[in-house]
Design a protein around this ligand. Structure first.
Ligand code: SF4
Length: 221
């Protein structure tokens, strides 16, 4: 990587100037946060939220979800797409949590253990990749992990911080090492705003971009 911690601090401060300091994230129910993670893969936030709300409205608790039929679950999460596959993943997760968390289904124990061990355990489950696990462990457990989604991956490549074919997973491990922990939360959330508003998948708005003076892609050499 051709940039250092100082670069990311400058980037974070320029983004804060434009988008503000993101509000503190309240994890609430850790099990729900993991289920939301499964629902968020390959869909937008709106569809994920609609599916999650329908799921929690229909069932009293996670034990009810675990014992519901696949058809019942798939019907309420349909808005997120790929409902059959997601149902299987959610049930698999809940079954695993039940085996490991004692009486109640509760993912809290993953936040009480060393985050590296939790990352290893979560990513051994089908349908839970490094990104989903890193989002959960950062936002619910303040773990020193820096999640990379499609927006952040695209920005990192445009900024020439990583070569074009670098995987999101590789970026997560590299950025988690170099981005100072205290800015993981704000930098992650504000980079999403940058990706939605200036450095979009369709075009780059470098002229008005809030990080145009820092971005290596925009530097006149
Ligand atoms: S200056 Fe251009 S390439 Fe760099 S982050 Fe902004 S929009 Fe993207």
């Amino acid at each position: 990587m051709n940039v250092d911690a100082k670069f990311f601090k400058k980037l974070d401060s320029a983004l804060r100037k434009r988008f503000g300091v993101p509000p503190e994230h309240h994890c609430g129910d850790p099990t729900g946060a993991l289920v939301r993670g499964i629902l968020s893969q390959n869909t937008n936030d709106r569809n994920r939220d609609r599916a999650f709300e329908s799921l929690t409205r229909k069932f009293r608790d996670w034990n009810d979800v675990l014992h519901a039929s696949d058809e019942e679950i798939a019907a309420v999460i349909r808005t997120a797409g790929m409902s059959g596959q997601r149902t299987e993943r959610i049930k698999n997760l809940l079954q695993w949590l039940k085996q490991h968390s004692g009486k109640e289904i509760d993912a809290q124990f993953l936040l009480d253990m060393d985050y590296k061990r939790a990352l290893e355990q979560l990513t051994s489950l089908p349908g839970i990749g490094v990104k989903t696990a890193a989002v959960f462990l950062l936002f619910c457990g303040d773990a020193p992990l820096f999640p990379v989604d499609t927006h952040i991956k695209r920005i990192m490549i445009r900024m020439k911080i990583f070569p074009p074919k670098t995987s999101a997973e590789r970026m997560i491990f590299a950025l988690s090492e170099i981005v100072p922990h205290e800015i993981h939360n704000s930098l992650h959330l504000n980079l999403l705003e940058l990706g939605r508003n200036y450095c979009t998948a369709r075009k780059t708005m470098c002229e008005t971009c809030p990080v145009k003076n820092i971005c290596p892609a925009n530097r006149k050499e």
